[in-house]
Design a protein around this ligand. Structure first.
Ligand SMILES: C[S@@+](CC[C@H](N)C(=O)[O-])C[C@H]1O[C@@H](n2cnc3c(N)ncnc32)[C@H](O)[C@@H]1O
Length: 526
């Protein structure tokens, strides 16, 4: 690497990061400050310095569950697939920014670094590929929708296809690289609150006490769905007749969920929606029958609209800085993955007045292009989207309410007030005093059970440790029993909802069993 001139790239942990203090401590533990200058000197291999940048970026991008479960204990090379993609992409962005005004003699080294990051992203993507079976390429209605979009300024490098297990999806029409735009949607065809303000129902809805813009939009979409002169006719025509989310689960599926938290969540969500419907729709239809026709505002159609908005809407920040819940035609055909191609897409580009969907990792021709719907648990995905993603979802955890004083804060034994467990197979540390369980939870129980301050690692009290694990066992064993026996029944003839409920139960059983197994092996070690 001779001939490279000395220079540095600066990575900064943003001050407004809600976990600033925790991350700062993690960085310090690894020997960094919160503003990290990575020096590239002619005497060193720049790729070594690049590794430092990536490690720092991983810490900067940690989110709440990653800090809770892994923190300083987590073994690198990476925390989660999402974290890895975000970190590599932020390093790439920094290099690209530096390239823009770099002195000529620095350009060569920046290009070496850029290529190295691109290669890291590509290798990472190859390891995390999700195979897609294309059931049918080319779909008439959807192709017409894309054509309509193009006529309104949409640009896309994707084709719509039917994919196995997920309805429609988007497939790359050519090999696409990191940074390229998969899709660009002009603001003019995004369905957002402005559309209600311009509609004939706004003067009525604005009189309704406490009604949110989201609810107004929901009521607008119920009617627009059947408007043959709608600008969005093709969009509404290509939407599914049924969304099949957890909110539509039948009695048999709900019964199979009995004993899980999800059961309560779905029942409560449905009760809440029913109340909202009863408060709004009958009164609107009887007081304003010219605008709110009864046949368009049935409970079934209300539920369809709720499921539409839950499973298809996106949160978008507009040029005025306001975050709005929107429906985005065409973009709404992209499916979700835990290792997505597109991560950052929620802000309107002021220069083009469009919403851009750039690739955070490459997507080869014919490969399904996935979006990230967000950091969502399987319970949320099942309830509001009606599917369970492939692979380990690090946002899947079981919450625990434990009373008593919190452990004193330091970085690994932090001040979390809500506790949770997740599959212990996701942990990298199953040693004594760790057991694959989250450090903040173990510390919380140590303090609660000993009534004393947190013992240091070298002075852990074996009796207290046993009590901690026995307590956890006594919490989780009834949960496992509550799930009942695993059913080994033939699933082909079951309804979509019962199949999903059973899949969810299996996932819960797997998580709880892993916690119990960790308690057992911990007790054995002790
Ligand atoms: C925004 S839409 C995506 C387009 C959708 N596939 C369609 O045909 O309309 C969200 C819905 O797609 C489905 N979906 C998204 N990601 C999925 C995945 N990884 N596996 C299975 N279904 C998925 C779910 O039904 C979800 O409610």
């Amino acid at each position: 690497m001779e001939g490279f001139s000395d220079f540095s790239l600066v990575l900064t942990l943003p001050k407004d990061d809600s976990f600033f203090e925790k991350k700062k401590k993690l960085l310090q533990l690894r020997g960094y400050g919160h503003e990290i200058q990575v020096l590239f000197s002619s005497s060193e291999d720049p790729l070594v310095a690049l590794q430092v940048m990536v490690e720092v970026a991983r810490i900067i991008h940690l989110d709440e569950p990653e800090l809770y479960f892994g923190g300083v204990e987590a073994i690198l090379p990476y925390y989660s697939r999402r974290n890895e993609l975000e970190s590599l992409n932020s390093v790439l962005k920094l290099i690209d920014m530096s390239l823009r005004d770099a002195a000529e003699k620095k350009i060569d080294v920046l290009i070496v670094l850029r290529n190295a990051v691109i290669e890291m992203i590509r290798e990472f993507g190859d390891k995390s590929k999700e195979e897609t079976v294309i059931v049918k390429c080319g779909c008439k209605g959807e192709d017409e929708l894309v054509e309509w979009g193009r006529n309104h300024g949409v640009q896309t490098k994707l084709q719509i296809a039917y994919v196995e297990g997920a309805g429609r999806g988007a497939v790359a029409a050519e090999d696409l690289e990191v940074g390229e735009c998969a899709l660009e949607i002009p603001v003019s065809i995004i369905i957002s609150e402005d559309i209600v303000y311009e509609s004939d129902m706004y003067h009525i809805l604005k009189q309704v006490d406490g009604i949110s813009t989201e609810t107004m939009l929901l009521l607008w979409s119920m009617k627009e769905r059947y408007n043959s002169n709608s600008k969005f006719k093709l969009y509404f025509e290509t939407l599914p007749e049924a969304f099949n989310t957890g909110l539509s689960f039948g009695v048999e599926a709900l019964t199979s969920l009995d004993g899980t938290l999800l059961f309560e969540e779905i029942i409560q969500a449905k009760e809440h929606l029913r109340m909202q419907y009863d408060e709004l729709c009958p009164a609107l239809c009887s007081n304003h029958p010219d605008v709110f026709q009864e046949e368009l505002y049935t409970w079934e159609k209300f539920m369809w609209a709720c499921e539409l908005w839950y499973s298809n809407s996106m949160k978008v920040i507009f040029n005025d800085g306001k975050l709005r819940t929107c429906l985005v035609p065409i973009a709404g055909l992209l499916n979700h993955s835990l290792c997505p191609h597109i991560l950052n897409y929620g802000r309107v580009d002021s220069a083009t007045s469009s919403l851009k969907f750039p690739f955070s990792r490459p997507c080869l021709k014919g490969e399904q292009c996935y979006l990230s719907y967000g950091k969502l648990s399987c319970a949320h995905l099942l309830t509001f989207y009606g599917f369970l993603p492939k692979g380990d979802n690090i946002y899947d955890s079981i919450p625990l309410d434990i009373d008593g004083p919190e452990a004193e804060e330091d970085c690994s034994n932090s001040d979390w007030t809500t506790h949770m467990v997740r599959g212990t197979w996701l942990s990298s540390n199953h040693e004594i005093f760790h057991y694959g369980l989250p450090p903040p939870l173990l510390n919380k129980l140590r303090v609660a059970l000993s009534g004393a301050n947190l013992p240091t690692d070298t002075h852990k009290d074996v009796e207290i440790e046993k009590e901690v694990l026995e307590t956890l066992h006594s919490i989780f064993n009834p949960m496992l029993e509550g799930l009942g026996e695993a059913e080994c029944i033939e699933r082909v003839n079951l309804g979509w909802d019962v199949k999903l409920a059973l899949e969810y139960n299996e996932l819960q059983r797997k998580i709880i069993s892993s916690v119990l197994a960790s308690c057992f092996s911990g007790l054995e070690m002790l």
